[in-house]
Design a protein around this ligand. Structure first.
Ligand code: ADP
Length: 243
């Protein structure tokens, strides 16, 4: 399981996360909701130390990273096992879809090129891009680019995938394709933490929804409870606006 324990994050004099604790149990999907600026992305980025917390502990199974004390080896283990899907895809423009997916396998996991190619092909097929492997980012739609992003995150065969508003940059007609792929990843048993504004996805796929505001976890629970009986005023206001 991925566990955040008392995570604080300060940028300058802006305390963006104020002691956030959260668990993403193995095989479960946790969707993080909340208004813009509440710290959702920052929390996810602390999850794989793209953004080191100011204090607190990130734990992924037996990898325990205390901000006060951790080794390079632990950090590498965390990053290999906790991959991320970004809002803006973060693909290399000068590499094909296949090369983008192979890159992390070769550079980070030191997998041999032929094997990396096989693994990359397998995951590009899983996201429905078997016929687009040699295309470059400029030749792909937003939805296809994000599916490459998902294939890249899966190809590392991590313990958990973090999704940071994966459909936020897409034209509306391309959103469903990407949500369908995410749903299939969830159904295959992947542990997922997902920041999204897609309420229908949260309702259908999440095992737990977490509502954040102003750097705190305000409320969490199963989707049905949180959506139909939100407890806190802040959650009620947010849900009333996004519905
Ligand atoms: P959300 O994902 O809920 O919209 P974010 O985590 O993106 O919220 O941002 C929370 C706050 O942290 C915002 O006020 C944002 O300006 C600030 N912030 C995020 N990243 C940085 C950074 N790298 N440097 C300074 N401030 C940042």
């Amino acid at each position: 399981m991925l566990k955040f324990e008392n995570i604080r994050k300060v940028f300058g004099d802006n305390e963006v996360l104020k002691s956030v604790s959260l668990e993403v149990p193995t095989g479960k999907v946790v969707v993080i909701l909340g208004p813009s600026g509440s710290g959702k992305t920052t929390l996810l980025r602390c999850g794989n130390y793209l953004e080191p917390p100011t204090s607190g502990i990130v734990q992924l199974d037996d990898i325990i990273i205390d901000q006060k004390k951790y080794s390079k080896k632990q950090l590498k283990q965390l990053r290999e096992n906790c991959t991320m899907v970004f809002q803006n895809y973060n693909l290399f423009k000068n590499k094909s879809a296949l090369e983008n997916v192979m890159e992390g396998l070769i550079i980070v996991k030191k997998v041999k090129k032929n094997e990396a190619r096989e693994i990359a092909e397998k995951y590009l097929n899983k996201v429905g891009l078997g016929d687009r492997m040699d295309f470059y980012p400029s030749q792909l739609s937003g939805g296809q680019l994000q599916r490459v992003g998902i294939a890249r995150a899966m190809a590392m065969e991590p313990k958990v995938i973090l999704f940071d508003e994966p459909t936020a940059a897409l034209d509306p007609e391309l959103v469903d394709d990407v949500l369908e792929v995410m749903k299939s990843v969830a159904e295959a048993g992947m542990t997922m933490a997902v920041v999204t504004h897609e309420m229908q996805f949260a309702r259908e796929v999440a095992d737990e929804v977490v509502f954040m505001a102003e750097g705190y976890v305000v409320e969490k629970g199963n989707p049905e409870d949180v959506f139909t009986h939100p407890q806190h005023e802040r959650t009620k206001q947010f849900l009333a606006r996004v519905r």
